[in-house]
Design a protein around this ligand. Structure first.
Ligand SMILES: [Zn+2]
Length: 98
């Protein structure tokens, strides 16, 4: 069942399906086209710089018949004094999506 909320990337009205036992959302957005985002990543994006949202929106627009842009929290270890990515984005085959 599809629900409606403001797109976490562009803030326009978007539709989503709950996936992976509610831990992930699959979005369809007029602007961003299509992407999946984990609950944790959604919270992180909401409090991050706008540039991250626009960057992910651009990537999501390139989702196609085969692959979908997926945004999750990076599980890379935090290292002292080393910049690291908090969020991870990658194209995942539709057949491998939750
Ligand atoms: Zn959007």
């Amino acid at each position: 069942m599809q629900q409606t909320q403001a797109c976490p990337l562009c803030k326009n009205s978007a539709e989503f399906d709950s996936r992976n036992h509610g831990n992930r959302k699959h979005f369809w957005c007029i602007t961003c086209v299509e992407f999946q985002i984990s609950r944790v990543a959604e919270d992180l994006l909401a409090s991050s710089i706008p540039q991250w949202r626009s960057q992910n929106s651009e990537k999501a627009k390139q989702s196609n018949q085969t692959e979908v842009w997926v945004i999750t929290k990076s599980d890379a270890p935090r290292e002292e004094g080393v910049a690291y990515e908090v969020l991870k984005g990658e194209y995942i085959l539709r057949s491998e999506l939750p």
